[in-house]
Design a protein around this ligand. Structure first.
Ligand code: HAM
Length: 429
C-alpha cells in the first residue's frame, strides 16, 4: 500500500532544494554582515514555553500546535516558531551574562503549525530569523527591519512593501485595549466564535481576524495611533526616520497587530508587491517582556522571521525560466568496460580538486550518455573511448560552444580546473 505524505508537508527535491540552499546561504551571509551568530535549538520544547510566549490568545496556541505526551508523560510541542526556543536557550545558557549586549542570533530550520494548507501555507515549513536581545532603542529596531530588507534584496526581491505599526508602551496598550473592549462589546454578538474568545482573552487579537463578515466591524474600530503616549509616539517616529535615512520606505498600517502575543512596540511585515498575495514573506517586532516571562532577566528584544517556502515561491515566479540550475563541472562518458575502469579512478582524482564530477558506471551508448550530460547541465563532457585509452588522453567537449580538445590524462586535473574557472569567468559567475 502506498503511504502518502502527511497533509501540509512537502518534499524538496533536486533543483528546488538548490533554490532553498541559495536562499539559506544568502540568509547566513546577510546575518553575518550584520554581526549575527547562529543559534540552533531543538525542534521539540515543553509546551508551556509556547503557551507563555506566543500566548494563550493566539491562533497558534489555541488551534495550531502539534502537541503530544511523550513516553514519560511530558507535554511536548513541535516548535511553531523559533523565537521562543532562542529566548529559552538564552535563559538556559545564561547568555545574558555578557558585556556584549545586544545578543545577536540568527536561526534557520523547520517549524510546525496545524493550519489549513493552501498556497504558501504548510504544516511543516522553514524559517530564517534573527533575534537581537538586550538593548532597547530605536536604532536596534530600525537595524533589524533594515536587515530584513537587505536580505530580500540579496535574493533578488526588490519589489517589496514593508508594513509597520506600533503597539505602543504599556500605558498606550492598556488604554487602547480598554477602548477596543468598549467598542467591540457593542458588536461581538454578531462576530465569529474566534472573535468572541479573543474578546475575552485579548481584544487586540480581534484586529487580526480574517473572516470577511467581521471586516466592517474591524475597520471602524478605534485606532492604536489615537491612544499612544507621547513617548511611544516619538519612539515610533524615530524608528521611521532612521529607516528613511537608509532609504527604506515603509507604509504605516494601523491595523497591523501580528498573530503572536509577545509583541510590544514596533511591529512590521514584508509583503511581495504583487496581486498574487500568499501572505507575509516575513514579519517581526519588538518584545519587552518575553525574556522575563520565560524566566530570564528584564531585557527587551526585537526580531523577525521569514518563511522560506514563501520566498522560494516568489523567487521562482520572478525568475521563471531564468532559474540557473546548478550543474556539473564534468560528466565522464566512458565508452567501454576498460574506460569505465579508468574513469573510476580519474573521477576520484578530479573530485579531490573540488570539481563536481559524475559519469557512467554501466555501459551505455554515446548518444544516451551525451543526453545525460546535457540534462545534468554539465559544463564539459569528457569522452574516454578505445583511442583515448590507447593514447593516455581524454577528449574534452565544451557543451556550450561544442569546441573539442584533447588533453593528456597526467595533466588532466590541472587543465580541467583552469578550463572550468575560465568557463565560470566567461559566464560572469
Ligand atoms: P510569524 O509571522 O508567525 O512570525 O511567521 C514568520 C513567517 O513565517 C511568516 O511571515 C511566513 O512567511 C512564515 N510562515 C508562518 N506560518 C507559515 C505556514 N503555515 N506556512 C508557510 N510559511 C509560514 C514568527 O514566527 C515570529 N517568531 C517572528 C519573530 C521573530 N518575531 C520576533 N522575532
Amino acid at each position: 500500500m502506498e503511504i502518502n505524505p502527511v497533509k501540509g508537508t512537502h518534499d524538496i527535491i533536486g533543483e528546488e532544494a538548490d533554490l532553498y540552499d541559495d536562499i539559506e546561504t544568502a540568509a547566513k551571509l546577510t546575518a553575518d554582515v550584520f554581526g549575527y551568530k547562529e543559534i540552533r535549538t531543538p525542534i521539540i520544547e515543553h509546551s508551556p514555553l509556547f503557551v507563555r510566549s506566543v500566548g494563550e490568545s493566539s491562533d497558534i496556541v489555541t488551534k495550531e500546535m502539534y502537541t503530544f505526551l511523550d513516553k514519560g508523560n511530558r507535554e511536548i510541542t513541535l516548535r511553531p516558531e523559533m523565537t521562543a526556543g532562542a529566548l529559552r536557550s538564552i535563559v538556559t545558557n545564561k547568555l545574558y551574562v555578557s558585556n556584549d549586549l545586544p545578543l545577536k542570533y540568527f536561526y534557520l530550520g523547520p517549524c510546525f503549525r496545524y493550519e489549513r494548507p493552501q498556497a504558501g501555507r504548510y504544516r511543516q515549513f522553514h524559517q530564517f530569523g534573527i533575534e537581537s536581545v538586550g538593548v532597547k532603542n530605536a536604532y536596534e529596531d530600525a537595524e533589524v527591519i533594515i536587515l530584513g530588507k537587505r536580505f530580500l534584496e540579496n535574493i533578488g526581491l526588490n519589489n517589496v512593501k514593508i508594513l509597520i505599526n506600533t503597539l505602543g508602551d504599556q500605558i498606550s496598550r492598556s488604554n487602547y485595549k480598554a477602548a477596543l473592549k468598549e467598542y467591540f462589546a457593542k458588536h461581538i454578538d454578531k462576530m465569529c466564535d474566534d472573535c468572541k474568545r479573543r474578546f475575552e482573552l485579548n481584544p487586540l487579537r480581534i484586529l487580526d481576524c480574517k473572516v470577511a463578515d467581521d471586516k466592517p466591524f474591524i475597520e471602524d474600530a478605534p485606532k492604536m495611533k489615537d491612544y499612544l503616549t507621547t513617548e511611544a509616539k516619538s519612539y515610533f517616529e524615530e524608528v521611521i526616520s532612521l529607516l528613511k535615512m537608509n532609504d527604506i520606505e515603509v507604509e504605516i498600517d494601523d491595523t497591523l497587530v501580528r498573530g503572536l502575543d509577545y509583541y510590544t512596540g514596533v511591529v512590521f511585515e514584508y509583503h511581495n508587491n504583487s496581486e498574487n498575495d500568499i501572505g507575509a514573506l516575513g514579519g517581526g517586532g519588538h518584545y519587552k517582556n518575553l525574556l522575563k516571562e520565560i524566566g530570564g532577566p528584564d531585557l527587551e528584544g526585537i526580531g523577525l522571521a521569514f518563511g522560506i517556502e514563501r520566498l522560494v515561491y516568489v523567487v521562482k515566479n520572478n525568475l521563471g525560466d531564468k532559474i540557473s540550475h546548478r550543474g556539473l563541472d564534468l560528466y565522464i562518458m566512458a565508452m567501454n568496460k576498460e574506460a569505465i575502469d579508468a574513469s573510476f579512478h580519474i573521477k576520484d582524482i578530479l573530485r579531490s580538486y573540488g570539481l563536481s564530477v559524475d559519469g557512467n558506471n554501466e555501459s551505455k551508448s554515446f548518444k544516451s550518455l551525451f543526453k545525460i550530460a546535457v540534462r545534468k547541465n554539465t559544463k564539459f563532457a569528457i569522452i574516454i573511448g578505445e583511442d583515448e585509452i590507447k593514447e593516455g588522453r581524454l577528449t574534452v567537449k565544451n557543451l556550450k560552444t561544442q569546441e573539442q580538445t584533447s588533453i593528456k590524462v597526467d595533466d588532466a586535473a590541472d587543465i580541467l580546473l583552469t578550463m572550468v574557472e575560465n568557463y565560470m569567468e566567461n559566464e560572469g559567475k
